[in-house]
Design a protein around this ligand. Structure first.
Ligand code: NAP
Ligand code: G4F
Length: 329
């Protein structure tokens, strides 16, 4: 039975990836931080077969202990402070967790291999946010990185450190440059879920409107369930490498609003949405659209869920949740 250790187990991708690996017969270990993590109960409910270990990406010894206990064949480093807007206000912390945390994870794996002789394949959750002020359209593995946020800068560090460990120590370390991926499990701070939750509440009469920032930004949004398959496929290859994972289709926030409101029968949403500079970022990533030809050709990966279906799935899930909470139909 193959064994996997996942950091960021309580996050959106951690949950989907653990379900995928469990379905493939893996013994799955998840690293959870904090002495009383509020997401523990949900995690135990959704994936009761995952073994929970405590640890933190900023604490190298905790990673070493987790590795000694899990003895994984595969290590998926999904843990991060992942909210771009938050990273300006907490730049140092973001650097420690999202940047230096990758070095800690790589060092822990390297030292574990030295001590035990066990080879561990490593996955790094890199991000399209690294492309920032994009230098080519669409973006692929060769596009120059120009990050626009402390989060993006930290991800660039983690990305190159992963490549450096592969080149320096021959580690099987791969980096997935994933474009935005969403689901009903997406945190409510991200724009897709903020919109799907608000639309559900507006249609049930529980909320009057929605306040957003920049409506012109364009994102290449895919479904998280499809994207974790790409992570797994990367670690099944003979040689480690870097891959862009994306749908190749981009939409503005306005188009997201069109799709979400039309799910509940509202064609003109302008009366419900206002803009506030509070949600506008100091530097914006205006346009993301990925070229995932390499992943499609070499991994045989392709996204299954399209934009309209994804938005509908999220709004319907939030409608069901809000009906349950409020008792309204
Ligand atoms: P997420 O839902 O925000 O999950 C982040 C996870 O990291 C949570 O489990 C969180 O734990 C954990 N974490 C935070 N600080 C930590 C620390 N100090 N030590 C250990 N773990 C820590 O993110 P996601 O959407 O699943 O994304 C997974 C990874 O992919 C992240 O690295 C993200 O940056 C990257 N990524 C995401 C996307 C996307 O569109 N979703 C695209 C590209 C790359 P708590 O629950 O305790 O906070
Ligand atoms: O949903 P977002 O917060 O995601 P963002 O910044 O693209 O980052 C996500 O994707 C990255 C991959 O490219 C990941 F690495 C990262 O961890 C995260 O998962 O914002 C999307 C867009 C931005 O242009 C933002 O300015 O939506 C715009 N937006 C407009 N109003 C808003 C809002 N974003 C949020 N979160 N909240 C708003 O009110």
């Amino acid at each position: 039975m193959p064994r996997a250790l996942i950091t960021g187990i309580t996050g959106q991708d951690g949950l989907y990836l653990s379900e995928l690996l469990l379905s493939k017969g893996y013994e799955v270990y998840g690293l959870m931080r904090g002495q009383n993590n509020p997401k523990r109960e949900l995690l135990e409910q959704l994936v009761p077969d995952v073994h929970i270990l405590t640890g933190d990406l900023t604490d190298l010894a905790s990673l070493m202990r987790a590795l000694a206990e899990a003895r994984p064949d595969e290590f998926y480093n999904l843990g991060a402070i992942s909210f771009v807007a938050y990273s300006w206000e907490n730049a140092h912390l973001t650097t420690e967790v999202t940047g230096t945390g990758v070095l800690n994870a790589l060092e822990a794996v390297r030292l574990h291999t030295l001590a035990t002789g066990q080879d561990v394949r490593f996955y790094q959750a890199s991000s399209s946010e690294m492309f920032g002020k994009v230098q080519t359209v669409p973006q692929n593995e060769d596009t120059l990185l120009w990050p626009r946020s402390p989060y993006g800068v930290a991800k660039v560090y983690g990305h190159y450190m992963t490549i450096n460990f592969r080149e320096s120590y021959g580690m099987h370390a791969s980096s997935g440059v994933l474009f935005n991926h969403e689901s009903p499990r997406r945190g409510p701070e991200f724009v897709t879920r903020k919109v799907s939750q608000a639309v559900a509440r507006i249609s049930l009469g529980l909320q009057d409107g929605l306040v957003l920032g920049n409506l012109e930004a364009q994102r290449d949004w895919g479904f998280a369930g499809d994207y974790v398959e790409a992570m797994w496929l990367m670690l099944q290859q003979d040689a480690a490498d870097d891959y862009v994972i994306s749908t190749g289709v981009t939409h503005t926030i306005r188009a997201l609003l069109d799709a979400a409101f039309s799910t509940v029968g509202i064609d003109d949403w302008t009366g419900y949405v206002t803009q506030d500079p509070r949600f506008v970022r100091p530097a914006e990533v205006d346009l993301l659209v990925g070229d995932s030809t390499k992943a499609r050709e070499r991994l045989g990966w392709a996204p299954k869920v399209g934009f309209e279906e994804l938005v509908r799935m999220m709004v319907e899930s939030d409608l069901a949740e809000q009906r349950r909470i409020s008792g309204r139909s």
